[in-house]
Design a protein around this ligand. Sequence first.
Ligand SMILES: [Zn+2]
Length: 261
Amino acid sequence: MKLSPKAQASINKVIEKFQTGDLSAVTRIARIQVASDAPVNKWSLSNKVLAFLQSDELDCRGYKQWQKEGRTVKKGSKAVYILRPKLAKIEQENEGETKNICVGFAPIPVFAASCTEGDEVLPTYEPVEYPPLLDVAKKFGIAVEYAPISPDKLGDCQTDGSKIRLGTHDAGVFFHELAHAIHARIDGELKQGQNKTQETVAEFTSAVLMDLYGMGDSSGKAWSYISHYSDDPLIAITKAMGTVEKVLAVLLADEVPSVGS
Ligand SMILES: [Zn+2]
């Protein structure tokens, strides 16, 4: 398996950054947001995660809340449930003051946007410009979906590599999830959850692709991300390099070699 000199140069550049510690600053990644007036914006973090886990969508609303938006919940739609704390007033021991305490939770049914219909159209979240390599995802039948997702992640990839969900328009996150999907195709299936080797392969591949396409230096982000899984990111990427090269070879197979190379 041979990578183009350009791809090899990008690998070397990111490794060198890791070796010398000359890393890029870690910047915050902008998320795709649900409309600012959507009820979900007022929910607790755990309710957002809860609704997303059940429905695969973040923009969930109550039956009447959807009606107010000019949309009705389709017949036969399954509700998902968020939890509202039940509060009770108790007397303070001295001074006769009262205090609210949580005595349990009441489930509240809400419905995902895709369960609704109406003349008012739902927003779409596609980027103005698609990232490089989207055609490779298409070629391998990897579905790519842009939508607001739960706050505990920026994107994810199904273990069989058939679908990527992106909660941001950031190209680096797309590259990370695409690397997971191709890794899944190479190995047959990914391991469930956040696996150390898989995360190292995906994040390092993303940093290489960012450099290759001239989309910026994400070495600092890659270093800090891989640090969550490994004490020494440099050793981690050295161990993962064989797989990184396989993933890059698949991703860049159709790359037109530049003249003279
Ligand atoms: Zn990942």
